[in-house]
Design a protein around this ligand. Sequence first.
Ligand SMILES: [Zn+2]
Length: 282
Amino acid sequence: MPELPEVEITARRLHTALAGATIESALAPGMVTMKTFDPPVSALAGRTITGVRRIGKMPVVDMGDVSLLIHLMSAGRLQLWDKRASLRDKASRLLIRVDGERELRLREFGTKQRAWAKLLPPAAIDSDDAVATLGPEAWPAPDPAVFAELVRQPRHLHPLLRDQRVIAGIGRSWVDEILWESRLSPFQRGSDLDEDAVERLRVSAAQVLGGALDHYEQVIGETVPDKLPMPLQVHRRDGEPCPRCGAALQSVHYKDYVMTYCPEEQTGGKVYKDRRLSRLLK
Ligand SMILES: [Zn+2]
């Protein structure tokens, strides 16, 4: 799933390629993709793309007096193609054809149609539910006092940091890296953190996400690939040595995600039961 660094690099590359481009036509092959109906996507023909940016994990395409807010969900990708898609491409959800035979394409892998888009006046973007409910951006680092208040909740850090209403931009991959960087247990509660730990977490989050973005700036050319070269150090690396202390990394598998941590540095030596394994062993 694209998180803050992946969506930010996508928005930057698209902005460079598309700012000033004229839209020739637009259509939505995804039957349930568009969550707004007035104006219809076809009304984008003739407009100029003024910019592409990001809010949380959502890309936004600005076109003067109307903006397209996109939620990629878990399997969506927004990419610019040199050639136009065959209408038989079942992954296509939204096709925006721009000058030079190019096409900005929202595609979604898998059979589910969950990615969505809304066409809104720019002033309505910030008040849209998907945006208005977001916490502050995790990168650049939020204000210390604001962050401390948001994080001090009686919830485990792993789900807390992935909650977009608490802080925007972190998902299942980068949360492992951020907690490892902060040397904090995913099972620790936000309300139990002392001042130093809260500050370490705030700074680590911005460092990890900013570091990933710097990495993408170095290695990604004009086009963002389907699968980004994510510079992950611990996520999904259970059994491998911790890059810092050498202890074997551990994982807990949940239905929708895997949590990876270093028992030596994050959980005081405690290895948590892997629910997937314990279920298999029953
Ligand atoms: Zn370690």
